[in-house]
Design a protein around this ligand. Structure first.
Ligand code: PMP
Length: 362
C-alpha cells in the first residue's frame, strides 16, 4: 500500500490515487502502441482520440452547451489575463473587473497593459475577506466584458452566486474552483482555468468560450495568442501538452465515476464543513479569514492568535504527514486547499489534528 501524504497543497495539488495508478499502468505502453502517450505524435489518431475524449468528457460533465468551444491551451491562467483583453477588449470599450483579491488584481494589471479598464466592484476596504455584494457591482455602459474571479485561492473567498452582467459578456477565472460545482455555462462568454488544482496536472489551461466570441480574433494579434487559431485547429495548432491533456481526461473520468459534478459539490461541502465547524467551535482559538458569507469550499484560510503558534502548527502538522498548510506568503496564516481530489479522510485527519493542537496549546 502506497503511503500518501495528507495533501492540502494549493496547486499543483492532490490528484486521486486511482488516477495516478491508471496513468502508471498505461505509462510505458499506451493501449498497445509500444510507447507512452508522451512519445507519440500529437497528430496521431491515438492522441487525437485522447484530445477529443478529454474535451467531450468536460463538455458532458460541466454541461457545456453546443455553441461553446473547449480549448486546451498553454501559458497558464496567467496568459489568459492577457489573451482576454487582447482578443475581446475592442477600441472604445473598457474591460470591467471585480476586485476580490490577489488573482483579480493580477488579471486587471495585465488588462491595463492592453487597453482601458474599470473597477466594477471591490472588497478592498474589507481587506478582501469577502466577495462584494452583487448589488454593488456597477458595470460601465461601454464595458466589453465583466471579469470576475470565482474563487480567490489566496484569500479563500468564493462567489456563492454569480454577477448578472445583462448583455455584457461575463468572463470568469475559475482556476481554483472549476468543476467543483455545477455552473450555468450559458450565462458566460468565457471561463478559463489552469488545470493544476481541480482538473489535473499543470501545463494545460482550459478555456470554455462561446463560439461567436472566439471564432474571429483581431488580425494584429500574434498567432499563438489568438483564440481563433486554437478554435480552427482543435487546440492542435502547435505541439500541445499531451500528457497533461491525457491526465485531465483521466481526472474527468474519475469525476464521472464519483457521480458527476453535483455529487462532487456535496462531497466538497462535507469536507470543508468539517474544518469550518471546527474553526467556529474553537472559541476563537482559530479564526477564519473569510467572512462566513464568502467562505470558499476550495481554500480554507485561517489564523491562530500568535505567529509563533502558527509556525508550530505548520511544523507539527508536517511531522504528522500533512503538507501545504502554510498560508500564502502574501497574507500569512494558514490555508488548507481542499480541491475535488482531496479525500474526506484527509479533512477528517486535519480536523482531528486541529482539535488536538488546540487542546495542547489553547
Ligand atoms: N487565477 C487563480 C484564481 C489562481 O489560483 C492561479 C494560480 N494559483 C492563477 C490564476 C494563475 O494560474 P497559472 O499559474 O496557471 O498561470
Amino acid at each position: 500500500m502506497t503511503k500518501r501524504a495528507f495533501n492540502f497543497n494549493a496547486g499543483p495539488a492532490a490528484l486521486p490515487l486511482e488516477v495516478l495508478q491508471k496513468a502508471q499502468e498505461e505509462f510505458v505502453d499506451f493501449e498497445g502502441a509500444g510507447m507512452s502517450i508522451m512519445e507519440m505524435s500529437h497528430r496521431s489518431s491515438i492522441f487525437e482520440k485522447v484530445n477529443n475524449e478529454s474535451q467531450a468528457l468536460l463538455t458532458e460533465l460541466f454541461q457545456i452547451p453546443n455553441n461553446y468551444k473547449v480549448l486546451f491551451l498553454q501559458g497558464g491562467a496567467s496568459t489568459q489575463f492577457a489573451m482576454i483583453p487582447m482578443n475581446l477588449l475592442t477600441p472604445g470599450k473598457v474591460g470591467a473587473y471585480v476586485m476580490t483579491g490577489s488573482w483579480a488584481d493580477k488579471a486587471l494589471k495585465e488588462a491595463k497593459l492592453i487597453g482601458e479598464t474599470a473597477i466594477a466592484g471591490s472588497s478592498e476596504a474589507d481587506k478582501f475577506n469577502r466577495i462584494p455584494s452583487l448589488s454593488d457591482i456597477q458595470i460601465p455602459d461601454n464595458a466589453a466584458y465583466l471579469h470576475f474571479t470565482s474563487n480567490e485561492t489566496i484569500e479563500g473567498t468564493q462567489y456563492k452566486e454569480f454577477p448578472n452582467a445583462g448583455d455584457v459578456t461575463l468572463i470568469s477565472d475559475m482556476s481554483s474552483d472549476i468543476l467543483s460545482r455545477p455552473v450555468d455555462i450559458s450565462k458566460f462568454g468565457l471561463i478559463y482555468a489552469g488545470a493544476q488544482k481541480n482538473l489535473g496536472p499543470s501545463g494545460v489551461t482550459i478555456v470554455i468560450a462561446r463560439e461567436d466570441l472566439v471564432s474571429e480574433s483581431p488580425k494584429t494579434i500574434p498567432t499563438m495568442l489568438r483564440y481563433d487559431t486554437h478554435v480552427k485547429n482543435n487546440s492542435l495548432y502547435n505541439t500541445p501538452p499531451s500528457f497533461a491533456i491525457y491526465l485531465v481526461g483521466q481526472m474527468l473520468q474519475w469525476v464521472r465515476s464519483k457521480g458527476g459534478v453535483a455529487a462532487v459539490e456535496q462531497y466538497n461541502r462535507d469536507k470543508t464543513n468539517l474544518i469550518y465547524d471546527l474553526i467556529d467551535g474553537s472559541g476563537g482559538f482559530y479564526r477564519g479569514f473569510a467572512d462566513p458569507s464568502s467562505r470558499s469550499t476550495m481554500n480554507i484560510t485561517f489564523r491562530i492568535h500568535s505567529e509563533e503558534l502558527e509556525k508550530l502548527f505548520v511544523k507539527e502538522s508536517e511531522a504528522q504527514g500533512f503538507v501545504g498548510l502554510k498560508g500564502h506568503r502574501s497574507v500569512g496564516g494558514l490555508r488548507a486547499s481542499t480541491y475535488n481530489a482531496v479525500p474526506l479522510e484527509s479533512c477528517k485527519a486535519l480536523a482531528e489534528f486541529m482539535a488536538d493542537f488546540q487542546k495542547r496549546n489553547g
